[in-house]
Every structure is written in C-alpha cells, then in structure tokens.
Design a protein around this ligand. Structure first.
Ligand code: ADP
Ligand code: MG
Length: 578
C-alpha cells in the first residue's frame, strides 16, 4: 500500500550502491574504513564484486585495469584523506593511459568542514589534476545523477579517470526511497567516423608508400579494433609494429609483425599509420634521428587534441579506430592493390629481424650461471599458455621480457604504460584474474616482476591468496634496481661500515627469498637458480590450478641488456626499446 511505501527509508550507502549497479559497475576494489564500509557491504548485497586490497594505490591500479579490459569503469573505493591520497597514483596512471576509472572517496562530514575534521582534505580539488571530472553531489538525491555523469565521462571521448566525493554524513543518512530517481544505464560511447575526404587521402598516401608501417597502440586494443586491423594488415600485406600494450591486437607471431626490427622499421618507414598510439617518449616523439625527417604520419585517434602533437601529420583521421579502419578498408578495396611482398623494404625488415632474433637466441642458450634475462624469458616463453595474460613491470625485466614473451590475444598485456609506473603489476594481475575468472575461466595470469617492482605492492600477495586467484608471479631477481650485488660483494662492502653510507642506492638485499611471501599465505613458492629448476617450477605451477605461485628467479646481479648483447654483437645494439 502506498502510504506505507512512501515512508520507506534508504541509506546513502544503499543509494550509492544502487546507482553503481544501475550503471553496470561489476567490480569494486578498495580498502574499507570510516566512512565507506557500508558502501562496500551495500554493493556486495546487490551482486557487485568487492575485492579488498592492502593499499589504495594497488586498488586503484586494479580498478583502472578493469576499465581497459571491459570498456566500463571499475570502481576504486577509498576512505577520506590519506586513503584518497594513496589512490591518486592510480588515478594519474589511468588518466595517462587513457583508461576509464571511477574513484569514490569518502570525505569528512560537511558540518565539520574547515574545522580540522578527521582526515579532512580538499579532495575534489586534489583530484582535479588527475581526472576528467571531479565532483561532490550536493545531496543524496543527486548521487545517481553525479555517478551516471562520472561513468559517462570516463568512457566518452578520450577515456580517463573520474572522481566522486561522498561526505561521511551521507553514508548513513536515511532518505525517503521515493525521493531517489536512478538514472538509466549510460549507453556505450557513440561511434564517430572520420571525414570521407581524409579517408580518401589516407588511402592514397598508403598506396603510394614505398616503405609503409602500421603502428598499433593500446588505443586500438581498447577500441576492440582487432578484426579490422588484422584485415588491413593481411589484405594489403602491410608490416606492423605493436606498441607494448598494442601487442596481441594482431598476434605477435604473425608473419607481418616486425617487432623484432623495431628501430629499423621506425627509422626508415616513409609512411606510418598510427592506430591509437601517441607520439610520446615511447615512440621517440616521431622525430629524427629515430625517424626520417619527411616521414608521412597518418594519425587515427578519438581525441582531436592529440592530432598534430610533435609532428605535422600528412593526414588526420578523427574517430573510433575500429570504425575508421573499416572506412579505410572500404576505400582501399575500391582499387585492387597490395603492398608487394618481395619489396626491398620487406627484405630489409626480415633480415634485421632474423639477425636480432638469432642474437637473442644465442644469449638465451648460454649455460653460465647465474642465468641472464634472455635465458629466463626463453624458458618462460616455451611454457606460456597461448591465452594467458602477461602483466609486467620492472626496467630490464619489462623491456627484455616484452621482446621475448609473445601475446596472441588483444588486451592481454598490461604493463608500466605511458606513465612508466612501477608498482602496477600486482593490482593489474588481480584485476585481470577476476575478469578472467568471470569471463574465460581457466586462463592464467603470468605476472613478470623485477625484484624492485615487486616490492612496491608485494603485500597484495595476501589479496591474491585470499581470493585464490589464478596468478603466477615470476620475480626476476637481480638483487636491485637496474643492478645489484652478489652476496660476497655485499658482505665485503658491509664489513667495516654503516650500510647507509656505502650501499649503492640501486642495491637491494641480495638473495632475498621473495617466494616466502607467497608461502606465508598458503600459495606455492619456488626459489630457482638454474634453467632446469625454472622449467620444473613453472610446469608445476601451471599444472596446479588450485593455488597461486611465486617463482623467485635468481639472475646475474650485474646483467644488463647492453652488456650481454655487446658480448655477442661486439657493438651496442639499438634494436629494442630503450
Ligand atoms: P601506446 O602507449 O600504445 O602508444 P597511447 O596511450 O599513447 O598508446 O595512445 C592511445 C591513444 O588511443 C590515445 O591517444 C587515445 O586518445 C586513443 N584512443 C583511445 N580509445 C580510442 C578509440 N576508441 N578510438 C580511437 N582512438 C582511441
Ligand atoms: Mg631488479
């Protein structure tokens, strides 16, 4: 009966949870405490999955990866003041990567504002620099409206982070149910297409290219453009180069992938089509000496402000990558054409790939101990399941790992990204694992960490064990940042002096047993020093789907890519990423 119903009350926490549910939020990562605990409980009651993490920074990295993997924002739920401040790193990282994210922060009570309230901080202002949208609803009634707007802003246009601030007094405040109007689920972003004349020009520039190159970025992965881009590559026999997270949009083992001749391809291409990849540091700004001074860039991007950054492009195609690639295909289809497979360009690229691959293989086959990076990664690659996610961070660990570890599926590589952030690995792995569990059970997440990188969020191993996630952590351990010392040198160094005065800033404790962090929480841990031990532990980890593992792989503390390669090539190599 109406009279009874109209008196029914609902808490602010429940309104927030229902607003998130209505916007199709599936996952919340966070750490509860005053004043957000009730929000997490209310969300779980509505069937939203809540993953409790050990640091807000890792929680925020995890939530941002959900956005990249599912095209709808994951939520990071944090407490006021320090909780929110810890999450800023994740917001900045998401925004730099152009990934959708929604952060919900509790904040101090409205009637104590400026009084020095518990964990009081100007949160909406603080988040402005790290987001596309940062706001506090003016009332409980306004919450569904603001949450819809935040979700929409996070996925429309260039994706990014959004923040919604929830004062503590909202959470338990009761309001009449009938006063709340939930917004409809915001639709997926509208698809935009490029100007027809620009598409024609682009097609003719491509047809007239002598040394063409397609660069596939993580924007193409995010746009789900794999089908159209693969068709473009194959139909016209065009060489392509994936950026780190563009790997897998077209499989790495595709015959037209020229990843192993990266520098050569960039340096001598005369036409480069950029599919969702910015000309920032990762692509050496698109400038000489890494490129020809007169290289023609064709830029495909959803963000108009990106077009023309650092270079003057020959053609700009503003729009959704998948839609624009289909436009290009249609235009190119009008005249029969393909890039000649016997061209000099293909020959140069193939030769360079062959010699680079041979050099890496030779390093990998070295029998000396401790192992080098190449030996480790070749053995890992041998057993890597084709459909696994590869998460990676660290300096040499990530750079060398990228050249050896193959991706066959789009959106299956997550790494330090545009911002070069260390500490993202475990959060990303946790996000990939919860998504995989729901959407493609049986998939492994292989998280390849440098020993330093692992340290940033190492306690998330407890989170991994608590939810029993299908994650195998490989810690490639060289006792330091970039480089470390062996145990003997370490002891020698500390004999007579205070460690703080003499230990080089790059060094970490040698011979650390990181695998014990995993066994502490019931997972499996392995300490490996030889290729045989590595093979065996990886085989066992992959065979046991009931538990996560950590394999602590000891490598030569002084191993670097350049030193190793110089040994073989007798000259510095520039063929991989810096
Ligand atoms: P990478 O690190 O792989 O080089 P970047 O992050 O630099 O990739 O570039 C990704 C680009 O993709 C951004 O400029 C972003 O605006 C663009 N982008 C994201 N989503 C889409 C989409 N759906 N359609 C077109 N461009 C997109
Ligand atoms: Mg290291």
């Amino acid at each position: 009966n109406f009279a009874e119903r109209s008196e029914e009350q609902v808490s602010g926490a429940k309104v927030i949870a229902q607003a998130l549910k209505t916007q199709d939020v599936e996952y919340i990562f966070g750490i509860v405490g005053i004043p957000v605990t009730e929000i997490a409980i209310a969300a779980q009651q509505l069937g939203i999955k809540y993953i409790g993490m050990r640091n807000e920074q890792a929680a925020c990295y995890a939530a941002s990866a959900i956005g990249y993997l599912t095209s709808r924002p994951g939520v990071c739920l944090v407490v006021s003041g320090p909780g929110l401040i810890h999450a800023l790193g994740g917001m900045a990282n998401a925004n730099m990567n152009c990934w959708p994210l929604l952060v919900i922060g509790g904040s101090s009570e409205r009637n104590q504002e400026t009084m020095g309230a518990f964990q009081e901080f100007p949160q909406v202002e603080a988040c402005r620099l790290y987001t596309k949208f940062s706001a506090r609803p003016s009332s409980i009634e306004a919450i569904p409206f603001v949450i819809e707007k935040a979700v929409r802003s996070s996925i429309y246009g260039r994706p990014g982070a959004c923040y919604v601030d929830i004062p503590a007094d909202f959470v338990n405040l009761q309001v009449n149910v009938n006063s709340i109007k939930y917004m409809e689920r915001c639709m997926s972003p509208p698809i935009s297409m490029a100007e027809t004349s620009a598409v024609c020009t682009a097609a003719s520039v491509i047809r007239n290219a002598k040394q063409p190159l397609l660069i596939i970025g993580k924007g193409a992965a995010y746009a789900h453009a794999e089908e159209s881009i693969k068709k473009l590559v194959e139909q016209y026999k065009l060489p392509f180069l994936p950026t780190p997270m563009g790997k897998g949009v077209v499989p790495d083992n595709h015959p037209y992938c020229v990843g192993a001749a990266r520098s050569r391809a960039l340096q001598f291409a005369d036409v480069i089509v950029l599919f969702g990849a910015r000309l920032n540091w990762i692509l050496h700004f698109g400038l000489p000496p890494r490129y020809q001074p007169d290289v023609k860039f064709i830029q495909v991007d959803i963000c108009a402000e990106e077009l023309g950054n650092n270079v003057k492009p020959a053609v700009t195609l503003l729009g959704n990558i998948h839609a624009v690639t289909k436009q290009l295909l249609e235009e190119l289809d009008k005249t029969p054409w393909q890039y000649p497979p016997e061209s000099k360009w293909w020959k140069t690229l193939r030769e360079k790939m062959k010699s680079n691959e041979a050099a890496s293989k030779e390093l990998a086959s070295k029998k000396s101990l401790p192992m080098n990076y190449y030996t480790v990664f070749y053995h890992v690659q041998e057993q890597l399941p084709r459909d696994c996610f590869v998460v990676s961070e660290g300096a040499n660990t990530m750079d060398i790992g990228r050249t050896v570890l193959q991706n066959y599926l789009p959106r299956h590589r997550l790494d330090a990204g545009t911002f070069g952030t260390m500490g993202v690995g475990l959060g990303f792995a946790i996000a990939a694992a919860v998504v995989a569990k729901d959407r493609s059970p049986g998939q492994w997440i292989i998280c390849v960490e440098g020993d330093s990188a692992f340290g940033f969020s190492g306690m998330e191993v407890e989170t991994i064990c608590r939810y029993n996630l299908p994650i195998i952590l490989l810690v490639v351990n060289n006792n330091g940042i970039y480089q470390g010392f062996d145990t003997d040198t370490w002891k020698e160094m500390l004999k007579f002096q205070d460690a703080t005065a003499v230990v080089p800033p790059m060094c970490l404790l040698p011979n650390s047993h990181y695998e014990q962090v995993m066994t502490a929480f019931g997972g499996k841990g392995y300490f490996v020093q030889t290729p045989e031990e590595l093979q065996k532990s990886l085989r066992q980890s992959l065979a046991d789907t009931t538990k996560p593992s950590l394999i602590n792989i000891m490598i030569e503390p002084q191993a670097t890519r350049k030193a190793q390669r110089e040994e073989i090539l007798k000259k510095p190599s520039d063929e991989e990423d810096e």
